[in-house]
Design a protein around this ligand. Structure first.
Ligand code: AMP
Length: 185
């Protein structure tokens, strides 16, 4: 089972993915977490990644695809996996589908965690007081939301055309959101 989680920043992807991973027992790839590890390294690549993440911009597709291909090459991914925050562009989605098809594999379900924008901004500003993420400031939040609408939302149609899209109301309690996710996977 290969599941993709799509949602705007602040929709609760991280929280729900952790619960789903515990439930399904499959490996989980958060490209955001992987990129933050690279960002923290004092190397030219770390500085390059920081220049994207800190400004709320997407990291280059080739870099993200390298991380994903490496992850998928691990034996424990053979049974299935959960993609959190990936793909985020149409090119990433196409490259992922091609990569999987070349191994007679495919995406099973795409879960879209839908939350209204006013609620997202409030949640992200609240999170900035707790987690101290470089990209949880007003400028970067605005840019991340804009990028979500322009570059990631088209994926909803792309996967709907494949009959794989499931919309989840992300404005319910975390337990109810999780119950809806379980029902649709
Ligand atoms: P996230 O933790 O998923 O909100 O991701 C944090 C940041 O990491 C994003 O704002 C992007 O700068 C970068 N990032 C995460 N996933 C991707 C991706 N699939 N493609 C490009 N950039 C990404």
């Amino acid at each position: 089972m290969r599941i993709i989680f799509i949602g705007p920043p602040g929709a609760g992807k991280g929280t729900q993915c952790k619960r789903l991973v515990d439930h399904l027992g499959v490996p989980h790839l958060s490209t955001g977490d992987m990129l933050r590890i690279t960002r923290s390294q004092k190397t030219p690549l770390g500085r390059l990644v920081a220049s994207y993440i800190d400004m709320g911009r997407l990291a280059p597709d080739y870099l993200v695809m390298r991380i994903v291909a490496e992850f998928l090459s691990h034996d424990d991914c053979a049974r299935g996996c959960l993609f959190d925050g990936f793909p985020r562009t149409l090119l990433q989605a196409q490259l992922l589908c091609e990569h999987l098809a070349s191994r007679n594999d495919s995406i099973s379900t795409v879960l879209y965690l839908d939350v209204a924008e006013t609620e997202l901004v409030e949640r992200l500003l609240q999170r900035s007081k707790i987690e101290n993420r470089a990209d949880d400031n007003e400028n970067a939040i605005g840019r991340r939301l804009q990028i979500f609408h322009r570059q990631t939302k088209p994926l909803l149609e792309y996967f709907a055309a494949q009959g794989k899209m499931q919309r989840i109301n992300g404005q319910q309690s975390p337990d109810q959101v999780f119950a809806d996710i379980i029902e649709r996977t």
